[in-house]
Design a protein around this ligand. Structure first.
Ligand SMILES: [Zn+2]
Length: 69
């Protein structure tokens, strides 16, 4: 029953993405966050990489990455 909510979340995220970045370049750069594995602390740069990483390195573990900037 989470599909509807996921869709809304995705729409929201898209809206945020499409909004013009206000403020400085610094903010713009901050948007390019990095993702860190909470288990082995590997740095991942893309959401797809996160799933792949957890599947190959920590199969069966919950996907719970940390966001770092
Ligand atoms: Zn890891």
């Amino acid at each position: 029953m989470t599909r509807g909510k996921q869709k809304i979340d995705a729409q929201k995220r898209n809206q945020e993405k499409n909004q013009p970045a206000k403020g400085s370049q610094l903010e713009h750069r901050a948007a390019a966050f990095k993702i860190q594995c909470n288990i082995c602390m590997a740095m991942l740069t893309h959401e797809n990489q996160v799933n792949q990483h957890y599947e190959s390195k920590h199969p069966g573990k919950p996907i719970n990455p940390k966001m770092v900037q």
